[in-house]
Design a binder for this molecule. Sequence first.
Ligand code: ADP
Ligand code: ZN
Length: 700
Amino acid sequence: MPENYTPLEALKTYFGHEKFRPMQAEIIDQVLERKDALVVMPTGGGKSVCYQIPALVSEGLTVVVSPLISLMQDQVEGLRQNGVPAAFLNSSLNESQQRKVSQQITSGKLKLLYVSPERLLNPAMMAFLKRIPIKFFAVDEAHCISMWGHDFRPVYKDLKSLKSEFNNIPVIALTATADKVTRKDIVKQLGLDSPEVFIDSFDRPNLHLKVLPAQQRFKVIKKFIDLRPNQPGIVYCLSRKSTEKVAERLANSGIKAAPYHAGMSSEARARTQQAFSNDDISVVCATIAFGMGIDKSNIRWIIHYNLPKNMEGYYQEIGRAGRDGMAAEALLFYSYSDVAILRNFIEENELQEIRLAKLERMQQYAEAQTCRRKVLLSYFNEIYPENCGNCDVCNNPPSYIDGTVVAQKALSAVARLKESTGAGMVVDVLRGSSKSEIFQNGYNKLKTYGVGKDIDYFGWHHYLMQLVQQGFLEIAYDDHQKMKLTPLSKKVLYEKMPVKLTRPEKFAAGEAPVKKKTKKERLRDDLFERLRILRKQLADKQGIPAYQVFSDQTLQQMSEYRPDTVTELMAIDGVGQAKLDRYGETFLKSIENFKIQERDRGSTHLVTWQMLQQGKSPQEIAKERKLNSVTIYSHIAALYEKGKPISIEKYISKEDLDKTIKAIKTVGEMNGMKPIFEHLGGKIPFEKIRLALAMYHKKQ
Ligand code: ADP
Ligand code: ZN
């Protein structure tokens, strides 16, 4: 019986984790001592374990209140996968299904029951539960009870009656909402009895933070996704229309993407969400309507196509990435036109000032020249002592240059444009663009036309933003974001006041050059890919999301450590008893096959090597071994890369070699040999490209 486990044993047996995270153990003790508690932990912090473990190590039923059907289903499925007797009751079940759950409850078989607040508060349900030995109540997403929170649900208010109707039964409230007012309100509204309040750090160290100016967003996004094949992510957009537009453009360029917004039918929304959960599509372009119901643990990145309206929302949204604890990325595009749009949205009422202030804090984050994590956490009243090392500013600390001439050029362009245009036109004039608008307005005759050709588009936008931040320019948000001069600009223009600016980021398109993988990393990633496909097949068979089978983290560890035995597999984080029984053998088999193939691949090269040493030509070897000659050349290339004394020049002319290496340098090798082949007009066959690549790698 589960009652016999200690909390730690239950953690390993059911969830496959070795140890509790610092706060989890404390919270569990509190619950087991039958005390009320409020738990504030960021998304992905591991809140569920805090009530699931106490539920598993003690007698009786634990009732979990959860606001969304999809969340409940996901949680219950996850628990069942781990061999935990759990069920949910909500409006999605028919009568006979409901009866079955009730029977499980009365028979005492069920450990965890998830219910919607509506269902729980239904008088018949209350009466029924009063006859059941209930261990405690867990109120998930507890901020829904507070009008101060960002997701108020009136029905949550009535949960107040839990404490009075079920006296002596502890209540534990859980939320990821940070602000103090909401926390206090939760305690008050639920009538918690001198609860212990646990507040975990809001830091999500695995999230990489980055901000880019909103230039050529689509191009940047496309490249970003191309460099991260098969990694699920969300693009958050401000408008419904742009979710559709971006999704369509991505789909047209071969990326499996779909839109999601509140204007779609509920079926269409459910379809998108399901496809995303099941890894059938990898990108969702969504408004903020796409959110709370997603429990997907392997979201690897979040892009904000537009500036969010406040930090709370932003933090919630990026928090959806990397819940499995593995590296994940948050990229935000920042532009003044978004600021203007958001300012327009803010209505004139008593909340106007607060909302404007919140938007300004969001801007400060986007414009930060110091560690972004510090800025982010300070908003939530947390002090982060060191630089984080995992944000764009830390990775690429601003280096200041003498920007006086740059500033003079920019300010003079604004002056000559009579402060009547936005930043885009200022840059176009500086760069000497030949857009028709320029000629229509005679801007080509301005003295500043084309004086800034030496700086690219990104660079100029970066400098203009800096000038605004430092007060040398202003944006007229109430007048089409026109760029306006300030008293300080005059000092630069007429009094030669020096200006310091930071250098624009070198890799404006959002990417540092990709590091070449070591062989070990390549093999690990190949195995991960194979296990990912296996996971998907197993999940599809059961109609569940892939991450329910094993998390990315678990697959990653399997690819890294390549367990051979059940004991070794059991040592991997996330492999508990139920999953070991259910999937263990299949995964062990797949890992074993991978190893065998890798060994064979090694030996097939060696056979070619022996035959080469016997003086045979690649054609002869291909014929004798009944293999394609391209394969033999790829063996030769690999042998050469490994340091075997082979003279590549024997198989490719100097001229072809030079041409091909030049092509490799131009198109890169990220996307395999095909783009190189095409760049060369199809004139150099693949086998020669492969040889040239070997030469190229060796030289590097
Ligand atoms: P939250 O509900 O706070 O967003 P979850 O409870 O869903 O977070 O947990 C997030 C992830 O962390 C899950 O993948 C879970 O398996 C993992 N996790 C939770 N506790 C531990 C632990 N003690 N050790 C390792 N992983 C854990
Ligand atoms: Zn940082």
